[in-house]
Write a protein of this length. Structure first.
Length: 359
């Protein structure tokens, strides 16, 4: 039987992004602004935080994370199960016409002869144990498929986030609060970077720096040389968004009394910007980074396809094209789990970056 390959890479990303979109970054509590302007005695006289409240907050976040993972897994399972076609024929491959006995035996071996509700409950039980079944096409456990490809994608995402922060700081810190002309130039650069599509950036970088100048490998490649262009492809739009969200808070920080005091003590402009104002401008960027990491896992397929890199993005694309349902579900749930974990880390970082939020 011939597998319908009408599913495109864009649809693969859409399946991934739709599931990942179920998880949103935590937002800052509005009390942070009031703490900044509250008299010292009002802040210091506040009653200490009770242990019970912290426990309830942690349990609430844990329950929310479990609900999100369940919703993502259930939605993906339902969408893929109701796609027309017989998954047994996909499992058996396209060579020849299998007999009815072979089809029935395969259906029973993969549990596809059971009622849909039973399949769903078995799937949930396996997912809790970290078992997403066996790949229809590769005939190996899904966890093995993901485990072999995940480190490459993690490496790409981490490098992309680091590059995005470097680029955004190079844009925001020197141009914020510098006057209307410099300010306009900085904002224009941010808008352009944020508007560029990943696929176009990847093609341009590949043509100019790999094919034209020969500075980087055209496809694949090991080490930093093979990682730089794919990471830069994903980092450029993220850098534009980071710069946009941090610019306003950075300018607000520059107008605060502690900056005036630092300047009066003779601190240089560079020290004021990096040593005093930047820390108070990081919270919006940290929040956006939580979203960006999940989005980069979802969109890594673009860089992995353009630069022929291994990773779960390419695994997802191949699984969607071949309707390898266990692999698709496993990858989507893993990416949703990344969103949940990253957002939990972001919540922990808030009071570390700005101690006022822990009072």
């Amino acid at each position: 039987m011939t597998v319908d390959n009408s599913v495109t890479a864009g649809e693969a990303v859409a399946v991934n992004t739709a599931a990942a979109g179920a998880v949103t970054a935590s937002t800052l509590a509005p009390h942070s602004a009031s703490l900044a302007g509250a008299p010292p005695n009002e802040v210091n006289d506040a009653p200490p935080r009770r242990t019970g409240g912290v426990v309830r907050r942690v349990l609430g976040k844990l329950a929310g994370a479990i609900f999100v993972l369940w919703a993502v897994a259930t939605l993906t399972f339902a969408l893929l199960r109701f796609i027309p076609g017989d998954p047994v024929l996909l499992i058996l491959g396209t060579s020849g016409s299998p007999s009815a006995a072979v089809v029935d035996a395969t259906r029973k071996a993969f549990g596809l002869d059971r009622p849909l509700l039973v399949q769903y409950l078995n799937f949930l039980g396996g997912a809790v144990r970290g078992d997403f079944g066996t790949s229809y096409q590769l005939k190996i456990p899904v966890t093995t498929v993901i485990g072999e490809q995940l480190p490459s994608t993690v490496q790409l995402v981490v490098a992309s986030v680091l590059l995005a922060w470097i680029i955004s700081l190079l844009i925001t810190v020197p141009t914020a609060g510098r006057g209307p002309i410099v300010e306009r130039i900085g904002r224009s650069v941010e808008i352009v970077l944020a508007s560029l599509p990943h696929f176009w950036i990847g093609i341009m970088l590949l043509v100019v720096f790999a094919i034209g100048l020969g500075w980087f490998p055209v496809a694949g490649g090991a080490g930093l040389a093979g990682l730089f262009l794919p990471a830069l492809t994903l980092a450029i739009p993220i850098a534009g968004f980071l710069s946009q969200v941090m610019r306003e808070s950075f300018e607000d920080a520059l107008a605060q009394p502690f900056v005036t005091s630092a300047r009066a003590r003779g601190a240089s402009d560079l020290r004021v910007r990096f040593g005093h104002a930047l820390r108070h401008a990081l919270l919006p960027g940290v929040t956006l980074t939580g979203w960006a990491i999940g989005a980069l896992f979802s969109g890594a397929v673009v860089a992995e396809v353009v630069f022929a890199r291994p990773g779960i993005g390419r695994v997802l694309l191949s699984a969607v094209l071949s309707r390898d349902i266990p692999v698709v579900i496993g990858v989507v749930v893993v990416i949703a789990a990344v969103y949940v974990v990253v957002n939990a880390i972001v919540d922990i970082l808030y009071p570390i970056i700005d101690p006022r939020l822990s009072r």
